[in-house]
Design a protein around this ligand. Structure first.
Ligand code: SF4
Length: 358
């Protein structure tokens, strides 16, 4: 599993706390040169236990094709080239509309087989409020182009949990996402983190966080619409048509080793976690060993996010039997065969359930 962070955005969204830079003269080439060197240095760490490649960001779709090609050729030189079981590229709808069909066809020719589009909403007022670069029509057109280019595995990202998101707008957004027919939909609850524009709005009294009941209400709307449309709710924030569950992200939840490349990218060796510093030039890596307790909490947190749940033997060896039995009685845990899982109607409070078990 290989993750490549592309730390460029043409503008910054109000709610975003990811590391990213505005592209400037020579920066794509400087980034690519350093990334390719990192690939060479760390090739021995890539074990292809799951042969996936994921370009995330930032905004990978701003990266010129020539740079993307250099990165892929370097992976190939190092023995980790395609074809990949899953090769995902995160993209901004505006880039796809601007660059058009030839760009998308080139991505396909380079082996990209899954597109993940940051749509967030189909409401223009909200998109402006979020400072997204695209509008709703742009998202529709981008989706049409992606299909025209022949992509058969497309994911759409949406955001809920906003105090200024009405039921009517949220329902219309979810309905439209479903009507487009993507194979996968990810929905993230807005959180205020760091010192981004949203945090400043909150501090200045220009925004109020959505109360928990409202977030829950929006999540319930989402879950019932997705179920009615035949999507499987296979992870707290993720829904897929059967057979289109994300392979790469699935590897994270199973705690499979992965190599993260590029500024601010995280890696997991199976024993240690490491992360690159968030800076474009001369980024460095810090490694942290996980204690037995860290491993236990991580395993619980990641596995119980998924509908697949966790192996019963692990749960019984690491958690108190009385807690397990109480949560089963309360309906906050369910048991199927040897596995335990959090039922969908308790996904929203999974953090509390996991805290009780850990
Ligand atoms: S949400 Fe995505 S596009 Fe917006 S600033 Fe963050 S990384 Fe960039």
């Amino acid at each position: 599993m290989i993750y490549i962070h592309v730390p460029f955005c043409k503008s910054f969204c109000t709610y975003c706390d990811f590391y990213s830079e505005i592209p400037g003269e020579g920066l794509y080439d400087a980034y690519t040169a350093q990334l390719c060197q990192e690939i060479r240095n760390r090739a021995a760490e890539m074990d292809d236990n799951l042969k996936t490649l994921y370009f995330g960001g930032g905004t990978p779709s701003v990266l010129p094709l020539s740079n993307l090609t250099r990165i892929l050729l370097t992976l190939e030189e190092c023995g980790h080239g395609g074809p990949y079981t899953e090769f995902t590229m995160e993209c901004n709808p505006e880039d796809l509309v601007e660059k058009g069909l030839p760009y998308l066809e080139s991505l396909r020719a380079l082996g990209v087989n899954r597109m993940s589009m940051g749509v967030q909403s189909f409401d223009d007022t909200l998109l402006i409020w979020m400072a997204r670069r695209h509008n709703a029509d742009g998202a529709r057109e981008a989706f049409r182009l992606v299909r025209q280019a022949g992509f058969e595995n497309v994911s759409i990202d949406l955001i809920f949990g906003l105090s200024n998101l009405s039921d009517a707008v949220w329902e219309a957004t979810v309905d439209e996402a479903i009507a487009l027919g993507p194979e996968h939909i990810s929905c993230y609850q807005l959180t205020v983190e760091g010192d981004n524009v949203l945090a400043q709005r909150l501090e200045n009294g220009e925004y109020e966080e959505a109360p928990e009941e409202l977030c829950r209400h929006q999540y319930d709307i989402l879950c019932s619409k997705m179920a009615a449309a035949g999507y499987v709710h296979y992870e707290i924030s993720n829904f897929a048509k059967p057979g289109f569950e994300a392979v790469h992200n699935g590897g994270y939840w199973q705690r499979r080793p992965y190599v993260g490349l590029g500024p601010s990218a995280h890696s997991f060796s199976g024993r240690n976690r490491s992360w690159n510093s968030p800076e474009l030039k001369g980024y460095t890596r810090t490694t942290e060993s996980l204690s037995v307790e860290d491993e236990k909490v991580e395993t619980l947190m990641l596995a119980l996010r998924t509908a697949r749940g966790i192996d019963g033997e692990f749960l019984q060896a690491n958690c108190r039997e009385e807690d397990i039995q109480r949560l089963l009685r309360e309906g906050a845990l369910a048991k199927t065969g040897r596995r335990y899982r959090i039922p969908e109607d308790h996904f929203f409070v999974s953090d509390e359930i996991i805290r009780e078990l850990a």
